[in-house]
Design a binder for this molecule. Structure first.
Ligand code: ADP
Ligand code: 5GP
Length: 213
């Protein structure tokens, strides 16, 4: 019989300079692992043509965003590239309460705020591109932002990259299949972390108790 031991859900944070492949790796991880749910952020940024409101982001006005800040609706929030982004708390708490893991595609400011609030549950992964040229090529190829937006994101890249040492793991996203396997390996190992396996105490007690003759 396969024994499943109760565990506490992970809060898995993926950060990178824009265009390094966070969304791609997130999508692949979610498709391959039904135990993980995505945290959908709210943002004041304009919707890209291929994005779906409520799935990729909750697209809100600056006024609505400010109301949510005032109501304490965010686990963390920050300004990135002149727009505001925030993680709504309620869905995250619901997912964790059901014993599932939550994936966050947020920047270093968000990762720092979560580190203060949820240190024990947090696993932080930083994604690096193989080179600056390749990063720019990916941003252009994505073809969802204007040339001006691409230039601004390239200008911000060094600042983002300089945060790499604040993360627990670093993945170099050259071959996307390899990067995906590495991310899956991190998740598998972190789920086995002793302190996260909340059911171990009872399980080991049963294991060590001698059976009545
Ligand atoms: P981010 O979410 O970090 O801004 P994306 O996941 O949107 O980045 O990736 C940016 C672009 O690069 C997308 O067009 C994506 O298909 C492409 N891409 C992602 N990973 C790789 C890779 N390993 N090799 C080549 N192209 C990639
Ligand atoms: P994009 O506009 O390309 O979707 O995202 C821009 C940046 O904002 C990315 O680095 C992304 O990780 C970050 N981001 C997205 N949602 C959130 C959020 O809720 N909080 C924070 N702090 N950053 C976010």
């Amino acid at each position: 019989m396969t024994q499943t031991i109760a565990r506490r859900g992970l809060m898995l944070v993926l950060s990178s300079p824009s265009g390094a492949g966070k969304s791609t790796l997130s999508r692949r991880l979610l498709e391959s692992d039904p135990q993980i749910a995505m945290s959908v952020s709210a943002t004041t940024r304009a919707k890209r043509p291929n994005e779906v409101d409520g799935k990729d982001y909750f697209f809100v006005t600056p006024q609505r965003f400010e109301e949510m800040v005032r109501d304490g609706a965010f686990l963390e929030h920050a300004s990135v590239f002149g727009n505001r982004y925030g993680t709504p708390s309620a869905p995250v708490e619901k997912i964790l309460a059901r014993g599932r893991d939550v994936l966050f595609d947020i920047d270093w400011q968000g990762a720092q705020q979560l580190s203060q609030k949820a240190k024990d549950d947090l696993v932080r992964v930083f994604i690096l591109p193989p080179s600056r040229d390749e990063l720019e090529r990916r941003l252009r190829e994505r073809a969802e932002d204007s040339a001006e937006v691409v230039a601004r994101r390239m200008a911000e890249a060094s600042n983002e990259i300089s945060r790499w040492s604040e993360y627990d793991y670093v993945i170099l996203n050259d071959d996307v299949g390899k990067a995906q396997e590495q991310l899956k390996a991190i998740v598998a190992a972190e789920r086995l972390n002793r302190q996260r396996q909340t059911g171990l105490v009872d399980f080991v007690r049963d294991l060590t108790q001698a059976k009545a003759p």
